[in-house]
Design a protein around this ligand. Structure first.
Ligand SMILES: Nc1ncnc2c1ncn2[C@@H]1O[C@H](COP(=O)(O)OP(=O)(O)O)[C@@H](O)[C@H]1O
Ligand SMILES: O=P(O)(O)OC[C@H]1O[C@](O)(COP(=O)(O)O)[C@@H](O)[C@@H]1O
Ligand SMILES: [Mg+2]
Length: 322
């Protein structure tokens, strides 16, 4: 095992609130343990270009509460190819880095695994508003995104109830519905459409008819972007059952803003645990938080096992939306 002297840290994939808190925790814990820290800008793309900056305790000051990522982020097609990975290896050697901490989602972890297999010690910190990573109850950024979307949905409920209207609200989630399900439950929406479940227009129309018969004068439908666009859903409801719906697409607003206390805390704990794991000689692993405890798993856990939606949450939605 090489003695760790100098490590790198990068953020990659979609940004998420709490990325800065994680960068700060990694940097300060590493410096506390006597390491030098190099920040790599714009994820794998910046790594390929050698776009780096030394990080100090002071340079990561004043960022714990800020959304986005001071290191910036990117999605890099070049790095996905073996030639890109070999090039990245050369850059890492030139930079004289003994290990790398990668903050991002499932795609970032696949990239981290490629580097691990090529002999670079890596540790992944799960950070995405999608919460679609197995091995951790929560990813950094998810709680903030839920609260941001919830705040918007509550405002829409005000106007929906004042005008006796049906609203369709589209939230992020191309392949997973954690955000949609949690926002729907917490906002008291009548219906939620998730990528994990088959779309059933007939069932939706029946629920809306039933709601009206029960005396409900307004309804909220949450749809994850991966199921279909909110406009398309509104058109289907109009064509099939004559429903007039107002549409709101929350979009990238869900990715910004200050991290909640939960996310800033999770990011700080995961950042510290990542440095500890790297110093203990671990590699090819991700940090997780299970039942409040910091844990580690091999990186492939993140994509080989699909994180299931909670049946309890789904059946509760069904019960509470009558
Ligand atoms: N299979 C893969 N092999 C190597 N690198 C990958 C792979 N998948 C994704 N990546 C790298 O990770 C980056 C971030 O992944 P992406 O899926 O965009 O975001 P996230 O990490 O948030 O899920 C990609 O742009 C790419 O450079
Ligand atoms: O910002 P982009 O590139 O349009 O990507 C949008 C996607 O990124 C996310 O916000 C976050 O996904 P990742 O964390 O996997 O990058 C998804 O919810 C959304 O589908
Ligand atoms: Mg992802």
């Amino acid at each position: 095992m090489t003695e760790m002297k100098r490590i790198g840290v990068l953020t990659s994939g979609g940004d998420a609130p709490g990325m800065n808190a994680a960068i700060r925790a990694v940097t300060r814990c590493a410096i506390y343990k006597g390491l030098e820290v190099i920040g790599i800008r714009r994820g794998f793309e910046g790594l390929l270009e050698g776009d780096v900056i030394p990080l100090t305790s002071r340079s990561v000051g004043g960022i714990i509460h800020r959304g986005g990522t001071v290191l910036r982020t990117a999605r890099s097609e070049r790095f996905k190819k073996p030639e890109g990975q070999v090039e990245a290896l050369d850059r890492l050697r030139e930079l004289d880095l003994d290990g790398l901490i990668l903050i991002g989602g499932e795609g970032t972890f696949k990239g981290a695994w490629a580097l691990h297999q090529r002999g670079i010690p890596v540790v992944g910190i799960p950070c995405t508003i999608d919460n679609d990573i197995e091995g951790t109850d929560m990813t950094i950024g998810f709680d903030t995104a839920v609260n941001t979307a919830l705040d918007a949905v509550r405002k829409l409920r005000d106007t929906a109830s004042s005008h006796d209207r049906l609203f369709i609200i589209e939230v992020m989630g191309r392949r997973c519905g954690f955000l949609a399900a949690q926002v729907a439950l917490a906002s008291g929406a009548e219906y939620v459409l998730l990528p994990e479940m088959p779309f059933d227009l007939d069932h939706l129309c029946k629920k809306l008819h039933y709601a009206r018969r029960q005396g409900k004068t307004h309804s909220l439908i949450i749809v994850a972007e991966g199921v279909m666009g909110a406009q398309d859903l509104a058109a289907k409801l109009k064509d099939t059952a004559g429903y007039e719906a107002r549409v709101t697409v929350l979009g990238h607003i869900q990715r910004g803003g200050s991290p909640t206390a939960f996310d800033a805390t999770l990011a700080s704990r995961m950042g510290a645990h990542a440095v500890k794991a790297l110093l203990e000689g671990e590699s090819g692993i991700m940090i997780g938080s299970l039942c409040g405890q910091m844990v580690t798993h091999p990186l492939p856990v993140a994509w080989e096992e699909k994180k299931p939606l909670s049946d309890e949450v789904l059946s509760l939605m069904e019960m509470l939306s009558i």
